[in-house]
Structures are given as C-alpha cells and as structure tokens.
Design a protein around this ligand. Sequence first.
Ligand code: BES
Ligand code: MN
Ligand code: ZN
Length: 498
Amino acid sequence: MEFSIKSGSPEKQRSACVVVGVFEPRKLTLAAELLDNAAHNHLSDIIRRGDMEGKAGSTLLLHNVPGTLCDRVLLVGLGKEKEFGDKAYCDAIRSAVRTLNETGSFDGTVFLTETSVRKRSSAWRVRQATMVAQETVYRFDQFKSKKDKVRRPLRKLTFVIDRRNELAAAEEALHQGQAIAEGMALAKNLANLPGNVCTPAFLAETAQKMASEHKLECQILERDEMTALGMHSLLSVAKGSQQPPKLIVLQHKGGKNDDKPVVLVGKGITFDSGGISLKPAPEMDEMKYDMCGAASVLGTIKAAALMKLPINLTVIVPSSENMPGGAATRPGDIVTSMSGQTIEILNTDAEGRLILCDALTYAARFQPETVIDIATLTGACVIALGHVATGLFANNEALARELVHAGDDAHDRAWQMPLWDDYQELLKSPFADMANIGGRWGGSITAACFLARFTRKYVWAHLDIAGTAWKSGTDKGATGRPVPLLMHYLLKRAGKLD
Ligand code: BES
Ligand code: MN
Ligand code: ZN
C-alpha cells in the first residue's frame, strides 16, 4: 500500500473516500463538522435519525454527500471522547481500513489522524496508523490455490494532520511506520510458514538473502563449528531431528565503528514436538510458531536496515527442530554448555532455554551494549499474562524500564516479572550444575532464571512472547510482535523518537 501525508479540509478532498470520526453519543469530530457544514447538515441529519451513535468499532458508509468532492464519506465510531486512548485509536484505524478495503475504495483520505489522542503527538498517530493499516490488509495465502481476492483493494491512504508545521515530523513518522510494518510482515510470513518449509536451513537462507538485499553482514555456523565452540546444549536439541541446526548471525552496521552493538537473540525452534518428552496432540501444529522469536529479530533488523538506523545491531538466531528421533536426547541426559556449566535435561520439551543459553554465551563476543533475547519460551507465561502482554525479565532496571516504555509507545506492551534469586533454587540438580526445569510453579520465571545464569557478563533482558507472538482459533496467525516494541526501543536509543 502507498501512503502520504497532507493537511487540508475534508470537503475539498478529491478522493474515493474521506474518513472522519464520530464520538459517542452522536458527537461529530472537527473534520466531521466541517463536512457537515459543507453538506448543509447532511451528516447531522443522518446522525439524528440514529444511524450512527459513534460506538467504538461501528462504521457507516455514505455516498454522494452534497458539497464535497469525494465519492464517499466513511463515518467511524470512536467511542466516548473521554476514553479515546491508544487502543480506541488503533481500533478506529483498523475498522476504517477494513471497511475501505472491502467496499471498493481504491484510495482513502483519513482524518482520524487529526483527532487528538491522550498524551500522543501527531507523529505518533501517523506512525501508529501506518502500522495498523498495513497489519489490517495483511493476508497469508501463499498456499491457497484459490485466493479470496478483494475485488477492488485499497491501494493508497492519505493521512491528514491538522498543523502544517508538523508535516515534516509526520512524514518521518510515516517512514518509520512503514519500515516497522515491513519488518512485521516479514516476521509474520516466516512464522506462518509450516515447519516442513521453514526449517533451520530455510531461516539461514532467508538471512543470507536479507544480507545481500539490505547490505548486512551474515554468518552461518554449521554443526561442526558449533561442536568446536562447545555448544553441546544447543546441539543436544537437534539430535532427534533430520534437520541440521544452524546458528545465524546478521549484523547491521549503521553506527560508528566503535559503537557497541545492541544484540538481539531470537529462539528459532522451527517445530517443537517436545522431543522424547513428547507434547500432547491437540494444537501441536501451533508449535511451528516456536520460531517467532527468530522471526521477530529478523523483522527488526530488516526494519532497522530500511530506516538506515544509525546504530550497530547484531541479531543471533540459534535454530533447530525439536524431534523425538532415535538419536534424540533422553530425559536425564547431562550436557555441557558453551559456558562450561553442565545441565541435566529432565524434560526435553524445555528446549528453548537449551538453545538460547549457548547463543547467549556466544553473544558476549560481540562486546554488546545490551543483549535482549526474544522467545516463545513457556506456556506458563501465557497462563500468567494471557495474550495481551509479553513477559519481561531483566538483570538491569533501567533496561527493563526502557523496554516497558517502548512497549507502551508501540502499543505492543510488556509487563515486568521478577527474577529474584529465591527462584534460582528451583533449578537445583543432584547430578549437574543445574536442571533444565524448575517444577510446576512460576514456570516462566524459572525459565528466565535459567537464562540469567548465562548472561551475568552484560546488561540483559528476556522477552517471553509465548502468549503474544501468534493468535489461535479462527483468526490463527502470527502477530509480528514484538517487532514494534523492539523498533521503538531502538528508535529511542538512536534519538529518532519524539
Ligand atoms: N515452545 C514451548 C512453550 C510454549 C508452549 C509456547 C505453548 C506457547 C504455547 C516450550 O518449548 C515448552 O515446551 N515449554 C514447556 C516448558 C516445561 C517443559 C518446563 C512448557 O511451557 O510447557
Ligand atoms: Mn518445548
Ligand atoms: Zn519450544
């Protein structure tokens, strides 16, 4: 989709559709009022008759509105004005774009970006609208032989802002929003691919292609190189699979030579059967999404490259399949990680931490400013936070605060959980330095505690995206989260955010 920014009056727009908001109950926004004046109260008449109350999520499409130059006017209900915050704004943009796309408008001129949202600038409104619009028209149909094509899809959106002196900032926000949306689309596409297509080798090839397209540096470590480095924890996960594991490194060098990089580590289990600790059958297909951490860090580096973000960013993806083949790791097996610490593998389904711990040890060689890992790590995190917030753990409070803030700004939120030493005891093993599971309670915390034992040398955070990376049920699909959170964090560090 194409996007642009302008400022102007709604009645003067030559457009397939002009989109304006109505608050509940029956209160026109400024743009709607201007249209109404030009149309000799056509809109207020309709509203008085009760066709549009302004309820959040409602829409009303009008044709041939007198006094205007557009083909259609779309009224979008915004809910109560007092309650018009981030969520209501994003929902309004989503219903506007969905309606435009389904009702034959080739282009739309959207005045919702003029409406003030509590504590948010117009740049924020534009950035968010761009991301939400792209997200709304996203489809994953590459395996459908008959695609349900939208007959006349929406091709062009113009966002209107009220002040001319904000045009430059809005323009920049638009570009940021587009880059983030492209990163999210990549993350979703990779994640939605089935496990028989998206293997560790496929992820490695994708990284190599991205490197040549976006001038990134790419390195793929094969099994023998990982053996030489002593990554026996990572390798133990791949043993039951026919697919060779890969360790992918991609680097965006947008900063000065001696700027320390931010390192993002993404869990890349392309299918998690549980291994010998086999998972139950229901919903096991969703374990193709166990590489959503990997997908999100690849999406993030793509967005950073598109924006030419002036920072150094390194992404590391440990990738493997977790399968129960004859050579698979057995419960009770003990392995030595790259750090030298030994691990008793009591449950082969707690494999994410086993591949991450070696990748996190490897991360130290990049002399990172900060390391953030992103992983669909625990079902327990979904129990704790549901599908709204990502679980956040950190060994540094300033970093935790920055990430929470970035998540709020992006409307891609994270909630901090404890990483207290008291939980470490649960990982005791009678035979090795630690066990790979900590028992039934506080499962997302003990998983984070396990990782914390490999990240003592640097500032680190862990994002458990098990509940937020994809949706189940009828609208099953990847969400592209937490690309927006990560990009807001990086933009802020680069001084590119208002
Ligand atoms: N990939 C799963 C976590 C997961 C499960 C994410 C369901 C989203 C939905 C992970 O590898 C796993 O299996 N974790 C186990 C850990 C347990 C064995 C300690 C879990 O959460 O059950
Ligand atoms: Mn598992
Ligand atoms: Zn897993």
